[in-house]
Design a protein around this ligand. Structure first.
Ligand SMILES: [Zn+2]
Ligand SMILES: [Zn+2]
Length: 259
């Protein structure tokens, strides 16, 4: 493995996304086109609180809130994303996380910095923690690398305040309701005194239903954080209202509205 990486550094390969032959060697085997920033996220209709984009205004109530926010997915104060989780950005994030292309943190981190809300005040950037087992298998926590890149660019320190105290199933294959149950109670804060009264920016690579960052934000708030906002590189679109309705039904059955 190390040998093949070494050879890849000596001899230019093809672009890992589009296959274009590369003329120079690099730690990141991608052509300039594939490393061009994606279109920054912009949607005409967004939830007034969590900023989830919609094609039209019908999922939003008269206060501009989406159904998840109406249901009380309200542990974090705001969320921002650099761009939509699609096309090339999606492929880059896959290569970063699953292809373990660690140097991509610098590229993705610079895009994350573009989306950083400069009018807001944060005391610390908190990476969304990975369970130690997953971190060991991947070799790194992608959110931690992104948080460090962002920190260098915006001058706000990184604070590893939260911990994943329980292993959870991968969220990707789960419905929104299952996702919420899956991550409930999965986070804790080992040293609450370090974050008491602070304004925190929670950083992750992708936000989908928001249930993972919501569970982490809940732990940070319970430990005394005054404010928890969320910044991700990409935002996955919520495909249909039917999927949201399944969460709505689950929430009524469970009776809880804060997870
Ligand atoms: Zn390419
Ligand atoms: Zn919302």
């Amino acid at each position: 493995m190390a040998g093949s990486r070494f050879l890849a550094l000596l001899f230019p390969a093809d672009c890992a996304i589009c296959g274009t032959p590369l003329h120079t060697t690099s730690a990141v085997p991608l052509c300039p086109d594939c490393l061009t920033p994606s279109e920054p996220f912009a949607a005409e209709h967004c939830c007034a609180r969590c900023r989830t984009p919609f094609l039209n205004s019908s999922p939003l109530d008269d206060q501009g809130l989406c159904s998840l926010c109406r249901l009380g997915l309200t542990e974090f104060d705001w969320s921002w994303s650099y761009a939509l989780y699609e096309g090339r950005l999606r492929q880059l994030i896959h290569l970063f996380k699953y292809g373990r292309m660690r140097p991509l943190a610098r590229v993705l981190g610079s895009w994350l910095a573009n989306a950083y809300p400069r009018l807001e005040q944060f005391d610390a950037i908190v990476p969304l923690p990975l369970h130690w087992w997953k971190r060991m298998r991947r070799g790194f926590n992608q959110s931690d690398l992104l948080a460090r890149e962002l920190s260098c660019r915006v001058g706000v320190p990184v604070l590893n305040a939260a911990r994943r105290c329980r292993r959870t199933a991968t969220q990707a294959s789960l419905t929104p309701a299952q996702r919420r149950d899956n991550v409930q109670g999965a986070f804790d804060v080992p040293a609450p005194a370090r974050i008491r009264g602070l304004s925190l920016l929670l950083v992750d690579d992708v936000i989908t239903t928001g249930s993972t960052v919501n569970a982490c934000a809940k732990a940070l708030k319970q430990a005394g954080a005054a404010r928890v906002c969320v910044l991700t590189v990409a935002r996955a679109g919520r495909q249909t209202d039917a999927r949201l309705l399944s969460l709505s039904g689950k929430s009524k059955v469970g009776g809880g509205v804060t997870a």
